[in-house]
Each structure stands twice: as structure tokens, then as C-alpha cells.
Design a protein around this ligand. Structure first.
Ligand code: ATP
Ligand code: MG
Ligand code: FE
Length: 339
């Protein structure tokens, strides 16, 4: 039976309908990016209120597009964390109440498990065991995936997440919010070799990341420059190259350390063109398979939550009848789903 998935952990309202065996039936996304642009970042209270406004209409629209009536749903999945507490509560309250009224089970999904499983929405999906690179606005992690819910953290960031580094670096060079994708677009116009920044923490063993120093290097280079459009693009390119090469080195290390032959890349930075190219090339050269979600499922979306929830509901897992969210939540603490 189809599962309704609801994502509301930050500034995107996402809804999707997924059914085992039939796949994704419909998905819709509403981004609040214009709402927060004037403030240069996500304002939590405004985010919660906008989810309240947009969630139900979006759910109706998605169900209609899927051709699925409320009574046909077999369960409801929602993002239970990590994320902004108010935003999470909107999705959780809506999902839990709907499930209660329909007398179907509900399940709280870990947002990063959603990201991690998003490549399973594509044709010829990867099968565990694999290594996952999760690079988003709030996380930069390497995870060994032995099965659904069997996650072992291999590496983490000591400071900024990869997406956060993109966003902050864009801001300090004066790019408008949201900076990450704008910086990546600008990098396309940058010339190779004009600037070069360090590949942080690649000169010693280990799978952890640190990106805040890179941001400082960019600030110093930018302040000392002529601040022309071309210079900004050249710096953006060198910054992107440094991040992408650092991530590529660590991914290869993680594959070697675990003996895995499949790499899954997920999270918003997974939409980065240079990163996709470099990891696909490294895979072709070194004999591993690199799997990505389609671009729109790299950033936040309801489809990944519907899928993750459907897998857990099918295994008989569900949340109790309380509306509970977890603003901080360890991925490795999730229960396994029997294969
Ligand atoms: P988290 O998933 O950790 O809670 P989030 O949900 O805010 O954080 P995502 O929606 O997965 O993060 O991704 C958003 C991030 O992805 C932003 O930091 C943004 O800058 C970055 N991003 C999006 N597109 C690109 C791109 N093409 N190149 C680089 N970064 C990008
Ligand atoms: Mg977002
Ligand atoms: Fe996310």
C-alpha cells in the first residue's frame, strides 16, 4: 500500500507518495528560499509558520497527482529529526494526526537516512554493503552501510559541513543567499590554476573532514584581490576544486578501508557537477561504482522520506502515538531493518 512521506526539517516542505513494487507515484516540493533570502539565512520561526501554511495544500496536491485517495494509504512517514524543532513539529503533528485518523501506522524517519537512501529511488539501485558520502548543509559524513539501518560512522566533520562551507564562502565573497549553488555556478566561469587552496586533512591518515580553514583562506585571498567578477569566479573555482578533491580522496580511502566497491553520494552538495564528474571518473578508473540521486533528490525532498519510511514500515517498525521529534539524533543509533 502507498506510503505518504512528509519532509519539514528546515526550509523545504516536501511531500511524496511511494509504494513498494510500484515506486514513486508523485512528489511535490515547496521551497521557502525567497522567504528567508532577505535575512541571509533560515529564520526558524518563519520556517515553522510557512510549513503550517503550505503542508496540507501540498499533501492534497501530491495525493491527487499520485491518484491515491487518503483511505488507500498504508502508512505515513515524516522527518522526525535532526532539524529545526518547530519545523519538525509541524510535519510530525500533521503526519501523526493523519495516521491516527486513518488508523494506519506512522513512522518517524531520520533525515540523513532519507538522504542516504535517496539513490535507491533511481533505476538499478545500489545494494548494501556500500560506503555513503553524506554532504549537506548540516552534515559531512562517511558512513559504512551494511544494510538498511546498519550504519557505522567512518568519518565526520570537525567544524563546518561541506554545504555550510559553500554557503559561508559564497557569503563572504558577497554572493546573494542561498550561496552554495550560486558559488558552484560562478566556479564554472573560473579559470583553472589562478588560485589554489589546501586540501584540508588529506596529508594525514583518517576519514574526518575540516572545512573552516578553507573559508579563511578564501577570505584572505578575496580581501587581497582586485575583487573583480573574474577574480571572484577564479577563487570560486579553486575553492570548489579544493572541496571536491578533498572529498574524493576521503571517499577512495573509505572504500579501501572497508573493501566496498560501491559509493553512494547524497545530500545537497551531491548536486555539485564537479563532484559528480570527479567521483564518476575515479570510479571508472579504480573499479568502484558511484551512485547519485537525481539532482532534485540531492537536496531536501519528500520522496526520500517516503522511501525510507516505506522500508521501515514494511519491516513492521512504527512510531508510537505521540508527536515526538529529535532535533539532534545520531544516525548510527537507528535500529536495523532485517534484510
Ligand atoms: P542537512 O541535510 O544536513 O540537515 P540541509 O537539509 O539544509 O542540511 P540539503 O538540503 O541536503 O541540506 O543541502 C543544502 C546544501 O547543499 C546547502 O548548503 C547548499 O549550499 C548545498 N548545495 C546545493 N547545491 C549545490 C551545488 N550545486 N554545489 C555545492 N553545494 C550545493
Ligand atoms: Mg534547504
Ligand atoms: Fe537535508
Amino acid at each position: 500500500k502507498p506510503v505518504l512521506g512528509i519532509e519539514s526539517s528546515c526550509d523545504e516542505t516536501g511531500v511524496a507518495v511511494y509504494a513498494a513494487g510500484r515506486g514513486l507515484l508523485a512528489h511535490r516540493l515547496y521551497s521557502q528560499v525567497r522567504l528567508h533570502a532577505a535575512y541571509g539565512g533560515v529564520v526558524p520561526e518563519l520556517a515553522s509558520r510557512d510549513h503550517v501554511r503550505k503542508l496540507l495544500p501540498l499533501a492534497r496536491e501530491t495525493l491527487a497527482a499520485a491518484g491515491v485517495g487518503l483511505r488507500e494509504l498504508g502508512g505515513v512517514a515524516y522527518t522526525a529529526g535532526p532539524g529545526l524543532v518547530g519545523a519538525l513539529l509541524v510535519g510530525a503533528a500533521c503526519a501523526r494526526t493523519l495516521a491516527w485518523a486513518l488508523e494506519v501506522p506512522a513512522i518517524g524517519v531520520h533525515h540523513m537516512e532519507g538522504h542516504l537512501l535517496a539513490p535507491l529511488l533511481e533505476p538499478d539501485p545500489p545494494a548494501p554493503p556500500f560506503v555513503a558520502l553524506l554532504v549537506s548543509g548540516g552534515h559531512s559524513m562517511l558512513v559504512h552501510v551494511a544494510g538498511i539501518g546498519r550504519y557505522r560512522l567512518l568519518g565526520d566533520t570537525l567544524d563546518d559541513a561541506a554545504g555550510e562551507a559553500f554557503d559561508k564562502t559564497a557569503k563572504l565573497m558577497g554572493l546573494p543567499y542561498p550561496g552554495g549553488p550560486a558559488l558552484a555556478r560562478l566556479a564554472e566561469q573560473g579559470r583553472a590554476g589562478v588560485y589554489r587552496f589546501a586540501r584540508p586533512m588529506t596529508d594525514r591518515p583518517g576519514l574526518d573532514f575540516s572545512f573552516s580553514g578553507l573559508k579563511t583562506q578564501v577570505l584572505l585571498a578575496w580581501q587581497a584581490s582586485d575583487r573583480s567578477e573574474q577574480t571572484r569566479a577564479d577563487i570560486a573555482r579553486a575553492f570548489e576544486e579544493a572541496i571536491v578533491e578533498t572529498l574524493t580522496i576521503k571517499c577512495r580511502r573509505a572504500l579501501a578501508a572497508t573493501g566496498a566497491h560501491t559509493l553512494v553520494i547524497a545530500g545537497g552538495v551531491g548536486a555539485n557537477r564537479r563532484l559528480r564528474e570527479q567521483l564518476a571518473e575515479a570510479g571508472a578508473r579504480e573499479g568502484f561504482r558511484a551512485c547519485f540521486p537525481r539532482l532534485e533528490f540531492c537536496t531536501d525532498n519528500g520522496a526520500m522520506i517516503a522511501l525510507a519510511g516505506a522500508l521501515r514500515l514494511a519491516a513492521g517498525q512504527h512510531a508510537d502515538a505521540a508527536i515526538r521529534v529529535f532535533p539532534r539524533w545520531e544516525l548510527a543509533s537507528l535500529p536495523a531493518v532485517a534484510a
